[in-house]
Ligand binder design. Structure first.
Ligand SMILES: N[C@@H](CCC(=O)N[C@@H](CS)C(=O)NCC(=O)O)C(=O)O
Length: 286
């Protein structure tokens, strides 16, 4: 569990926030996962939406809450919790109905770890095939401030986690998202969705008869990749049908739906990539 300690938090006003507050991003996959989870549990929360396109999580105000500069963040009666999967575990304990993280399933921890590991791959594919961002939205000054800040997680410097983010944005600025990087990321998703396809042969949800956090987490990833043109129906028909079933449920659908202007821009991007032979299938051969 990552609950920040008092000394980690420089934006002191949040210590006075009562109730359950979520700092999140509309198009952030980890935030989408948390919002679906909250919907299914029927938990009331107060939202603080951060604009990720404008890099608001790199502002001092936000970094004073989460030194990693990432959403989502839970502030619950003044206690600050980061890392989406830890937040879900905490909330599942506090609001056990319906139970979404079964205790007796060894597969849960492994599949959530895999989801977290693939996060930067999802971001790369999203930028390239959904948002169409090939340049970094972080200036060198922003990255330097992010790198050099004297910020801590539980009292200890947190350079390694931040290094991953910095590497990602420096590479993006230097070389965009190469076809090679796309193919490597896509292959990892294909292998994981092949495993998930096998799981769905045993029941309607990834863990069998009951819906769980696994379905939420992978629904978010599958929805994002679906927007990018990943051919689910062709490669993983059961995953395709499972995603469509969940997408018919508003508690899922509304959280992954891009705002109208973003939808229009995605449609324009796809038309352009189709015209130039640069779609997801063109690049990956899937
Ligand atoms: N391991 C973290 C990952 C969180 C994360 O990477 N959040 C992304 C959005 S999905 C973010 O805040 N990105 C800010 C940016 O890239 O500017 C978690 O599970 O909470």
């Amino acid at each position: 569990m990552v609950q920040l300690s008092d000394g980690d938090i420089h934006t002191r006003e949040v210590l006075d926030w009562r109730g359950l507050h979520i700092l999140h991003g509309r198009m952030s996959s980890c935030s989408q996962k948390l919002r679906i989870f909250l919907n299914l549990k029927g938990i009331d929360w107060q939202g603080h939406e951060m604009n990720l396109a404008a890099s608001e999580t790199y502002l001092d105000w936000f970094l004073g809450i989460n030194p990693r500069g990432l959403v989502p963040v839970l502030v619950w009666n003044g206690a600050v919790h980061i890392e989406s999967n830890d937040i879900l575990a905490l909330l599942d304990e506090a609001f056990p109905e319906p139970r979404l993280i079964p205790k007796d399933q060894a597969a849960v921890a492994e599949l959530l770890r895999r989801e977290d590991d693939l996060h930067l791959d999802l971001r790369a594919l999203s930028f390239r095939f959904v948002i169409g961002r090939t340049n970094s939205n972080k200036t060198p000054e922003m990255l330097a401030r992010y790198r050099d800040g004297e910020r801590t997680v539980n009292g200890a410097p947190d350079h390694e986690k931040r290094a991953h983010e910095i590497n990602f944005y420096e590479r993006l600025a230097a070389q965009g998202i190469s076809d090679e990087a796309v193919r490597a990321a896509a292959a990892k998703f294909r292998a994981t969705f092949n495993d998930l396809e096998q799981r769905l042969a045993r029941g309607p949800y990834f863990l069998g008869r009951a819906m769980s956090v696994m379905d939420i987490a992978w629904f978010v990833y599958a929805s994002r990749l679906n927007f990018g043109g990943y051919p689910f129906a062709k490669l993983h028909p059961r995953v395709h049908a499972w995603r469509e079933t969940l997408a018919a449920d508003e508690r899922f659908a509304r959280e992954v739906a891009p705002p109208q202007p973003v939808l229009e821009s995605i449609a324009r991007n796809h038309a352009e990539w189709a015209r130039t032979g640069a779609t997801f299938s063109d690049v990956t051969g899937f």
